[in-house]
Design a protein around this ligand. Structure first.
Ligand SMILES: Nc1nc2c(ncn2[C@@H]2O[C@H](COP(=O)(O)OP(=O)(O)O)[C@@H](O)[C@H]2O)c(=O)[nH]1
Ligand SMILES: Nc1ncnc2c1ncn2[C@@H]1O[C@H](COP(=O)(O)OP(=O)(O)O)[C@@H](O)[C@H]1O
Length: 278
């Protein structure tokens, strides 16, 4: 998308999961079908990353900001540059999948797509959206919320979105920095938990530029675009409140925004990289 596409063949090896004996309750099947379950992934990658006992999981990262601000654009760059450092918490939503989106197709499913073959990393990453969801019905989602399976959930643009506890635990158990892409309600709700993430807000330079980006992206109907702009105005105001975010990044020039994002995360990134060496 941004920058030249590299075509060299790289074996992308991503850590998958722990041994079955170590799997917490959260890993076991629950009310949600999950095509990307650790069990499936394990069959395809025989070299899981061992999680070191007694080691604190890296701090998660909450990435928030208006729809269209550039969160997934920046996230993709991060995942590409720091392979094996980050894991994405694939959210659940009741919204319809967009063309090209598949249920549960997130970072954790990369090995399923790759199998054991050599593939050009740029091709693989451009074909994998870190933003895909588990697409579920309202009934299923409400039932799981009532069962206490969610860390947080929110209504956005007429749909339900939520982070299942197991999605975060899954990533953390692999000693990866867990990234959560949530709206401002999600930020508020996560603040009530003991997750202790780094809070990052990605903001557009202006509402006009945001609208242009959303229109150019061609993913929204006029109705959902207007709802997103309405939510964006609120988000842009709330992000100015002191103490809500550790950093607010204005995504004007994407490279500059990316440098700022890396800057705030570099300490955690280095911790994960160091822990893998030892
Ligand atoms: N609270 C919460 N918000 C979420 C979650 N997943 C996604 N969102 C937010 O929902 C909004 C809409 O997401 P989406 O439908 O993917 O549209 P997009 O952000 O424009 O690509 C965005 O602000 C996301 O940050 C979640 O699990 N919880
Ligand atoms: N700095 C930027 N300059 C111009 N266009 C951008 C920039 N960052 C992102 N975009 C484009 O804006 C649109 C929305 O970005 P996206 O990453 O999908 O936002 P979000 O995940 O926050 O909804 C995409 O089409 C993306 O290519």
């Amino acid at each position: 998308m941004y920058g030249a596409r590299r075509r060299e063949a790289v074996r992308v090896t991503l850590p998958i999961s722990q041994s079955p004996a170590n799997l917490s309750k959260a890993f076991r099947p629950s009310s949600f079908p999950n095509k990307c379950s650790p069990d499936t992934a394990r069959q395809l990658d025989p070299s899981p990353l061992p999680v070191k006992k007694g080691m604190a999981a890296p701090r998660p990262v909450v990435l928030s900001g208006p729809s269209g601000a550039g969160k997934s654009t920046l996230l993709k760059k991060l995942l590409k540059d720091y392979e094996g450092v980050f894991g994405f918490s694939v959210s659940h939503t009741t919204r319809n999948p967009r063309p090209g989106e598949e249920d549960g197709k997130g970072l954790n499913c990369l090995p399923i797509l790759l199998g054991a073959t050599l593939l050009p990393v740029a091709d693989v990453l451009s074909s994998v959206s870190s933003e895909d969801y588990h697409f579920v019905s309202r009934e299923t989602m409400q039932e799981a919320i009532d069962n206490g399976e969610f860390v947080e959930n929110a209504a956005f643009s007429g749909n339900m979105y939520g982070t299942r506890r197991a999605s975060v635990e899954d990533v953390q158990a692999q000693n990866l920095i867990c990234i959560l892409d949530v709206d401002i309600q999600g930020v508020r709700n996560i603040k009530k938990t003991d997750l202790n993430p780094i809070y990052v807000s990605i903001q557009p330079p202006s509402i006009e530029i945001l609208e242009k980006r959303l229109r150019d992206r061609q993913t929204e109907t006029e109705e959902s675009l207007q709802k997103r702009l309405e939510a964006a105005r609120i988000d842009m105001e709330l992000s100015k409140e002191p103490g809500v975010f550790d950093i607010v990044i204005i995504n004007d020039d994407v490279e500059e925004a990316y440098e700022k994002l890396k800057g705030v995360l570099i300490e955690e990134i280095q911790k994960v990289q160091e822990s893998k060496k030892s």
